[in-house]
Design a protein around this ligand. Structure first.
Ligand code: NAD
Ligand code: TYD
Length: 355
């Protein structure tokens, strides 16, 4: 697979995947297609933007005519699909945008790939092509105190975000069953790390601690998330992309469950130490606020299939990964200032035009 389209490569996880693929596979051409929404930022990729095997295209996956033309012109061998609207709180305010990008956008990519690869049920699934759909553990819904999400857990999404991701997963599987589309899906737990947009819990609180602003904890902070360092997600994607059989699904996670309040207390300790503040200073910023509507109680991933079948395992303990993340944010004040002010948009919006 020589030419790989990565969608959403200017976003948080996508930028780590683009960097990994561009550096690790110099003989493959990596094309990054991104609309550059508020979450897309080409500053995330400044270190690889001049590499000869990398190209950026600004474009919208909801535009079927554009997508079909792009696939016909570029003849991609593989699609690694990460472009999405990704924030649950935004999905509660504007569900339709999530349907458009996450569902319609995914179906547009599937149709374009099906067309150029000639997929249909009368032909065997192509083995030299790949449609990799990156999804979330949130499609499985919410756990009680016990149990883990496995690849066979029934879908039970609760937010418009997770409902849109669940729908896109179903379409990908339907294209495998109906047209022999050579697809794989992975469902990953919550990521954290560098380049995370500061509307999500961890980067929001890093930014607020730095600026002595309140840390808004929804409800009582008892909801549990299973956190994975973003580079470990990218390494899992690399393994699955190259080794998984068509039609398979893998869960990705690091067995790393934390209540939100415990995450934020740990973050406060790390930041007090890094900012030379007296112990306990940042914790005083914790503020309990109104709970999120339909707030899932607990996510926890069983990634034993991926670990046993494909030999992947996470590389970092949470304490270490969180300290590394804080170091990155403290060393990249300009990045943080530009994304919180929106300056990066003004610059990059003038650099690229829609094809
Ligand atoms: P993100 O919001 O940081 O980035 C999304 C990217 O998609 C942005 O660069 C944005 O500009 C681009 N995009 C949005 N709409 C587009 C459109 N219509 N056309 C083209 N590009 C568009 O998201 P992320 O956190 O990096 O998540 C990436 C993928 O991983 C998503 O599919 C998400 O569902 C999935 N995922 C995320 C997490 C997590 O913890 N963040 C966990 C598991 C799975
Ligand atoms: P978030 O980072 O939005 O990821 P997701 O909703 O996809 O899990 O939220 C992580 C957890 O933190 C989730 O339980 C909601 C909670 N949360 C807060 O308590 N306060 C906040 O300001 C945010 C953004 C999230």
């Amino acid at each position: 697979m020589k030419k790989i389209l990565i969608t959403g490569g200017a976003g948080f996880i996508g930028s780590h995947v683009v960097r990994l693929f561009v550096n690790k596979y110099p003989n493959k051409q990596i094309v990054n297609l991104d609309k550059l929404t508020y979450a897309g930022n080409l500053q995330n990729l400044i270190d690889v933007e001049h590499q000869p095997n990398y190209k950026f295209i600004k474009g919208d996956i909801t535009d079927a005519t554009f997508i079909n033309g792009l696939f016909e012109a570029e003849l991609f061998d593989a699609v690694l699909h990460l472009a999405a609207e990704s924030h649950v709180d935004r999905s509660i305010t504007n569900p339709l945008e999530f349907v458009m990008t996450n569902v319609i956008g995914t179906v547009n990519l599937l149709n374009a790939a099906k067309q150029i690869w000639g997929c249909n049920k009368d032909k065997v699934t192509p083995t030299d092509k790949r449609f990799y759909h990156v999804s979330t553990d949130e499609v499985y819904g919410s756990l009680g105190d016990e149990g883990l999400f496995t690849e066979t857990t029934s879908y039970d999404p609760h937010s418009p975000y997770s409902a849109s991701k669940a729908s896109s997963d179903h379409f990908v599987r339907a294209y495998f069953d109906t047209y022999n589309m050579p697809c794989v899906i992975s469902n990953c737990s919550n990521n954290y790390g560098p380049n995370h947009f500061p509307e999500k819990l961890i980067p929001l609180c890093i930014n607020n601690i730095k600026n002595n602003k309140p840390l808004p904890i929804y409800g009582k902070g008892e909801n549990i998330r299973d956190w994975l360092y973003v580079e470990d997600h990218a390494s899992a994607i690399d393994v699955i992309f190259h080794q998984a059989k068509n039609g398979t699904t893998y869960n990705i996670g690091g067995h790393n469950e934390w209540t939100n309040i415990a995450v934020i207390r740990l973050l406060c300790q790390i930041m007090d130490s890094k900012l030379n503040r007296p112990v306990g200073t940042s914790e005083q910023l914790i503020t309990f606020v109104k709970d999120r509507a339909g707030h899932d109680l607990r996510y926890a991933i069983d990634s034993s299939k991926l670990q046993t079948e494909l030999g992947w395992k996470p590389s970092l303990q949470f304490e270490e990964g969180l300290a590394k993340t804080v170091d990155w944010y403290l060393a990249n004040e300009e990045w943080l200032a530009s994304v919180t002010s929106g300056d990066y948009k003004n610059y990059y919006d003038n650099q690229y035009v829609n094809r």
